[in-house]
Design a protein around this ligand. Structure first.
Ligand SMILES: Nc1ncnc2c1ncn2[C@@H]1O[C@H](COP(=O)(O)OP(=O)(O)OP(=O)(O)O)[C@@H](O)[C@H]1O
Length: 266
């Protein structure tokens, strides 16, 4: 039986002005429904490339990707993407930004009232009901990111793909949104694949941490299963020996076994 998401022998070779660049090699990954997966690795190793392959924004040079037994050949509403820098349309209100996605997915099958309810419910889920009439420039970075998450969730995607969604935020806002995301995902039971640079974020959120080797021709080095009970509370976890152990495993992989090439050369 195949898993919910299957990446089978995926290779990614980019054609650049300087020639061919082999970004990813032999990527094999199985993700089950409802799993929270993070992709971690040094800058430039190919995390976003792998996420974009799953999103259908890129096509692999060879290999196959499947979602729910169908080949991923293009982007689709069942795989919503949240980027690091929110991608809200600046001339639309928060409500309109979310409604746009809702209309695209459910516009043909549901009434205007139902679309409105979906939009309002998604904004309520991320605690943004108070700002529905505001435009992106009138709200903070953390709030914009929440609206971006609301837009993605409102489309009821089977998979939520997130590329460093909290990377541009200050530490406190980031921690707050991580906690919110944990609660939302517990409610929606979404399957999530998230790119991160942050070891604590990876361990706190994930069922499995996919650790990538350095590029070029990067691949999956190791996969760490994080067997910590949910709900997870960051303050309690900080001193939990199991959490400390998982964190060290990821740090060892990144800085001992696969230290960044630039540092090694130095
Ligand atoms: N469209 C493209 N054309 C050519 N090379 C590309 C393209 N997209 C990515 N690359 C190269 O592929 C490699 C992997 O890039 P990618 O953005 O996936 O890495 P990343 O791990 O997400 O990096 P970061 O953590 O810095 O965001 C890099 O060397 C990058 O320069």
């Amino acid at each position: 039986m195949t898993s919910f998401i299957e990446v089978q022998n995926a290779e990614m070779v980019f054609t650049t002005r300087k020639g061919r660049f082999h970004a990813l090699r032999e990527i094999n990954l199985q993700i089950e429904r409802g799993e929270f997966i993070t992709l971690i690795g040094h800058s430039g190793c190919g995390k976003s490339t792998l996420l974009n392959l799953i999103a259908g924004l890129l096509t692999p040079s060879s290999g196959v990707l499947l979602c729910d037994n169908r080949e991923i050949a293009a982007p689709g509403p069942e795989r919503a993407v949240v980027f690091q820098n929110h991608s809200l349309l600046p001339w639309l209100t928060c409500y309109e930004n979310v409604h746009l996605g809702v209309e695209r997915v459910f516009g043909a099958s549901e009434s205007k009232e139902q679309l409105k309810e979906r939009t309002q419910a998604a904004l309520a889920l991320v605690g943004m009901s108070h700002a529905i009439a505001k435009r992106p420039h009138e709200i903070s970075g953390g709030m914009k990111q929440r609206v971006g998450i609301a837009r993605a969730l409102a489309m009821e995607p089977k998979v939520l793909l997130m590329d460093e969604p909290f990377g541009a935020l200050d530490a406190l806002t980031r921690a707050h949104l991580q906690d919110e995301l944990l609660k939302i995902v517990a409610r929606t039971r979404s399957t999530v694949v998230m790119v991160t640079h942050d070891v604590d974020e990876a361990v706190l959120l994930s069922d499995r941490v996919v650790m990538m080797t350095n590029g070029p021709a990067a691949t999956i080095g190791e996969i760490l299963t994080v067997d910590l009970a949910r709900p997870r509370l960051r303050v309690e976890l900080a001193e939990d020996p199991a959490y400390v152990h998982y964190r060290k495993e990821v740090l060892d992989f990144l800085y001992t076994r696969h230290g960044h090439v630039e540092r090694e050369a130095a």
